[in-house]
Design a protein around this ligand. Structure first.
Ligand SMILES: *[C@@H]1O[C@H](CO)[C@@H](O)[C@H](O)[C@H]1NC(C)=O
Ligand SMILES: *[C@@H]1O[C@H](CO)[C@@H](O)[C@H](O)[C@H]1NC(C)=O
Ligand SMILES: *[C@@H]1O[C@H](CO)[C@@H](O)[C@H](O)[C@H]1NC(C)=O
Length: 249
């Protein structure tokens, strides 16, 4: 990533009104600034013509006005994106003359980041229960491939009764009913990024014996019956209570 360049976006012809944006890191021919997460992008806007020195400038991020401090508006105005976050990817920064919104310049951020895959996770699943493993593969640029291995060999989807879905954010591997002999082992999700190379995450899956489920439904039914009869008892007694109160008056 170039950190050296201080690049002028557009050169102003002397007779036209214009604003220019200088940026660190520099901007490419299409007005795109290539940057990474956690870094800083600084943008400086200048109004072009000498008679506009002192012309008020406005900054917008994706069309919404950026609040600028006093003394950061006239003739020259700087904004800093610090630190760069995921949501800055694709964000467009526009600088324009406050007095004439048609005089403007824009730059767009391209924030690259690798898939956030590392380390390992222990997963316990009961015999006969669904096994679901999620692998977060979203990245910019998108990963070119995702694959899964089990105990170091390519996963046999058919033999393991696995299904695999992928939506650009997550690669999900699942099996309806976990079986110790088929499904226990070390799974690895491996994503290949055209910029950041291979990234992977491990899932150490243990299939445990089924624990008998607590009979919750009969218990709830029992509790309802108990409550109802309790209520009835109060109701029938209430009549007596009212009678007693009548006598007392
Ligand atoms: C705004 O700037 C444009 C381009 O320089 C110019 O054609 C137009 O007349 C200006 N409008 C006003 C209201 O000054
Ligand atoms: C952002 O930069 C990456 C890496 O150079 C590139 O592959 C991708 O196409 C760029 N995206 C956009 C929207 O310019
Ligand atoms: C994977 O390896 C572990 C440890 O050697 C073994 O217990 C397990 O059965 C293996 N899993 C499969 C599906 O072969």
């Amino acid at each position: 990533m170039p950190s050296c360049c201080f690049l002028v976006l557009a050169l102003c012809a002397a007779q036209t009104l214009c604003v220019t944006i200088d940026s660190v890191p520099g901007v490419d021919g299409k007005g795109v600034i290539l940057t990474e997460l956690e870094t800083t992008v600084s943008l400086v806007c200048r109004s072009g013509r000498s008679e506009d020195e002192g012309a008020e400038l406005v900054w917008l991020r994706n069309g919404a006005t950026v609040t600028l401090g006093e003394g950061n508006r006239k003739g020259q105005s700087g904004v800093c994106v610090m630190p760069v976050i995921h949501q800055d990817n694709g964000a467009t920064f526009t600088c324009r003359l406050s007095a004439n919104a048609t005089v403007e310049a824009s730059v767009t951020l391209n924030v690259t980041y690798p898939p956030m895959l590392s380390g390992s996770e222990a997963v316990r699943v009961e015999d006969d229960s669904p096994l679901v493993l999620d692998c977060e593969t979203f990245a910019n640029p998108p990963v070119s491939s995702v694959r899964w291995t089990l105990n170091g060999s390519a996963l046999d989807l058919l033999a393991g009764g696995f299904s695999m879905t992928q939506d650009g954010f997550t690669s999900q591997l699942s099996a309806d009913k976990a079986e110790k002999s088929k499904h226990e082992g070390l799974y690895r999700c491996i994503a290949d990024s055209p910029v950041y190379g291979i990234k992977s995450r491990d899932f150490l899956v243990t299939v445990t014996e089924k624990t008998p489920k607590f009979p919750l439904i009969p218990l709830i039914a029992g509790a309802v019956v108990l409550c109802l009869s309790g209520l009835l008892a109060v109701v029938s007694r209430w009549k007596k209570i009212i009678k007693v109160m009548w006598y007392l008056q």
